[in-house]
Unconditional design. Structure first.
Length: 205
C-alpha cells in the first residue's frame, strides 16, 4: 500500500471509531440505563421483587464490562485470547449460551494488526446484536484455517434479521465498512432459523 492509501485507511478507521463511541453513548442510555431503571422499578414495588432486581443488576454489570471493553484500543494480546475472553464476558451476563471453538491452533495472532482489530470489533458487534435482538438460546463462534484461508463463523438459533435491519442498522453498516478497510469478506445470512455471520481472509496479505 502507498503512504496515501495507508493514510486514507487510518482516517476511515478514525471516523469509524468516532461513530462507535457515539453508539456506545446511545447504548449506555438505551441499554444500561433501561436495565437499571427496570431494576429500580422492581425494588419500588409495594412488595419489592428483590430476586428479579438482583438479576437485572447482574445483567447491568455485565453490560458495563462489555461497553467498557469497547473503548479499549491498546489490548495487544493475540486475537484468539481476546475472542475467548470476549465469549466469557458475554456468558457472564447473558442467558444465551455462547460457545467458542478455535481450530487454528493459535495461529490467529499471525494476522496483521489491522485484520485482528477488524475481526475482533466485528465479532463484538455481532455478539451484542445477538443479545439485544436475536431471542436465541445458543450462539456458536468457530474459527477455521484451511490452506492459509481463515474463516470465522458466528451462528445463532434466534429469529434472524430483516433486510431492513441489515441495510439500515448503524452497527451493521460499520461492520461492512470495517471489513472493507481490513480486507475481510463479511457475509450475513439470516432467516427464521437464526443468523449465520461469516468472515474470511487470507492469513498473509
Amino acid at each position: 500500500m502507498t503512504n496515501q492509501q495507508i493514510q486514507s485507511v487510518h482516517q476511515a478507521l478514525e471516523t469509524l471509531r468516532k461513530t462507535e463511541i457515539e453508539q456506545i453513548g446511545r447504548n449506555l442510555h438505551d441499554q444500561l440505563g433501561n436495565t437499571l431503571a427496570s431494576a429500580l422499578g422492581y425494588l419500588n414495588l409495594r412488595e419489592p421483587n428483590v430476586t428479579t432486581a438482583q438479576e437485572l443488576i447482574r445483567e447491568a454489570i455485565g453490560e458495563t464490562r462489555v461497553l467498557s471493553h469497547n473503548l479499549v484500543r491498546d489490548d495487544l494480546r493475540p486475537l484468539d485470547e481476546k475472542l475467548e475472553d470476549l465469549i466469557e464476558r458475554f456468558n457472564d451476563f447473558s442467558a444465551i449460551a455462547f460457545v467458542y471453538n478455535d481450530f487454528t491452533e493459535g495461529q490467529l495472532g499471525q494476522l496483521s494488526t489491522l485484520k485482528q482489530e477488524g475481526i475482533y470489533r466485528i465479532i463484538q458487534e455481532v455478539l451484542t446484536n445477538i443479545v439485544k435482538h436475536s431471542q436465541a438460546t445458543e450462539a456458536v463462534v468457530q474459527v477455521f484455517l484451511n490452506k492459509k484461508l481463515v474463516r470465522i463463523t458466528v451462528e445463532d438459533d434466534g429469529i434472524g434479521y430483516t433486510l431492513n435491519e441489515k441495510t439500515n442498522g448503524i452497527g451493521i453498516r460499520n461492520m461492512y465498512k470495517r471489513a472493507e478497510l481490513a480486507g475481510l469478506i463479511l457475509t450475513l445470512d439470516g432467516g427464521s432459523g437464526g443468523t449465520l455471520v461469516s468472515l474470511e481472509t487470507a492469513m498473509k496479505d
